[in-house]
Every structure is written in C-alpha cells, then in structure tokens.
Design a protein around this ligand. Structure first.
Ligand code: E4P
Length: 217
C-alpha cells in the first residue's frame, strides 16, 4: 500500500518525506485555505512547490463544477508538472470530465466518493484513483472501511484498474484496517502516520536496553 500525506502544509510534507515512506500528496481546497494560500497564482505556485519536494503523484483539485470549467482547470493543473493528478468531484459533469481526461492522457483522482456505485462510475470513466472518504462515513454512523472492502472486491471481480485511495483518515487504526481491506493507497494526516510508530512496549523495551547498555560500557 502506498502512503500519501493529506495536507498542503510544506513543513508536514517535508517531515513525512524525510521519514522515507512518502509516495505522494493529496490536497483539497479546505487544506489549501488552511495554509492561507490565496489567489490563482499563489495556488499554482504552491502546487509547484509540493511537486518539487515529493517525487510522486500530487493531487490538485478543480473548483469548477461544470464540464467545460473542470476540463479547462484540469488542463492548467496538469500542465504544472507531470506528477499532477487532477482531482475531480463525483458529480455528473465530473464523471464526464474524468472520461475526457482519460481519453486525453491526463490522470485523475475522483474525490468525495461515499458509495460502491460511485466507485464503479469512477472506474468506468478511467480514473487513476477513487477516493472513498472513510472518516466522514464513520462520522455519520456507518463503517468507512467496509466501503473499502466492497470496492476492493468489485474492482478485483471486474478487473478495474482504478486504484483505491482511502481518504479522510482519522487515526492509525484506519490505516491498518484500510491495508487489510485492500486499499492501494492511504492518504493520511501526519499525526496518523506518526501514530503507527507508537507502542508503549517499544518505549519500555528501549529504556531497559539503554539502561543495560550502560553496564556494558
Ligand atoms: C483527500 O483527498 C481528502 O480531501 C481528505 O482526505 C478529506 O479528509 P477530511 O474528511 O478529514 O476533510
């Protein structure tokens, strides 16, 4: 399973990158706004800065919701860097645009996916990635990881090539469960990635080893 970081914060991207396990980055308009990125030029420059930091797929989301607007924005984003993946919302014109991008050699990540039916449409349109939002499904009282299992099963049975990108990750256990469920990629906040490191027995064991090491010096 590939690891993407789900942020537009350059310091966090750098920290995850330096860990040596980072395969890519996902952003969205909310994450860009959180970093105070304002104006078309600033947004485009920020995507370029991320592409220069990480040699992997970088998802950049369109704002338009009509076919012509999505295509125009997606073409401009894709022209920024070969690693840009155009992130398109799961709406009717979004699906049409994904098919257009597929036919024109531009890779896409279909976002805001909450059902298996939506995931089938993503795959049919040729999206490189489908992004089911695990945490938001959990927040509304359903089980997000079950959706990953269901999509994984359907894609295997049908031979779809779209990669399952588990999104809206809230904690380290989500990452583990998505790996079990067959996600191809997990896009995670830095805290959830670092949370995978932690186990109290590791800390206790290391403290004991370091204490005993003093006896050998
Ligand atoms: C990723 O591509 C999504 O934009 C992101 O994971 C959404 O996460 P949230 O539900 O924490 O906003």
């Amino acid at each position: 399973m590939k690891f993407f970081i789900d942020t537009a914060n350059l310091a966090q991207i750098k920290e995850a990158h330096e860990l040596g396990i980072l395969d890519g980055v996902t952003t969205n308009p909310s994450l860009m706004a959180k970093e105070g990125i304002k104006g078309h030029e600033a947004v485009m420059n920020h995507y370029k800065a991320i592409c220069e930091m990480v040699d992997g797929d970088i998802s950049a989301e369109v704002i338009a919701t009509d076919f012509d607007g999505i295509v125009a924005e997606g073409k401009a984003l894709a022209a920024l860097h070969p690693n840009i993946v155009v992130k398109v919302p799961m709406i009717k014109d979004g699906v049409k645009a994904i098919k257009w991008f597929t036919d024109n050699g531009i890779r896409t990540n279909c976002t805001l996916v909450f059902s298996a039916g939506q995931a089938i449409l993503c795959a049919k349109a040729g999206a490189a990635y489908v992004s089911p939002f695990i945490g938001r499904i959990d927040d509304s009282g359903w089980d997000g990881v079950q959706l990953i299992e269901q999509i994984s099963h359907i894609y295997t049975v049908q031979g779809f090539k779209t990669e399952i990108l588990a999104a809206s990750i809230r904690n380290p256990n989500h990452i583990i469960r998505c790996a079990e469920a067959g996600a191809d990629v997990c896009t995670c906040p830095l805290d959830s990635i670092l949370g995978l490191l932690k186990h109290p027995l590791t800390d206790i064991g290391l403290a004991k080893f370091l204490e005993d090491a003093k006896k050998t010096q």
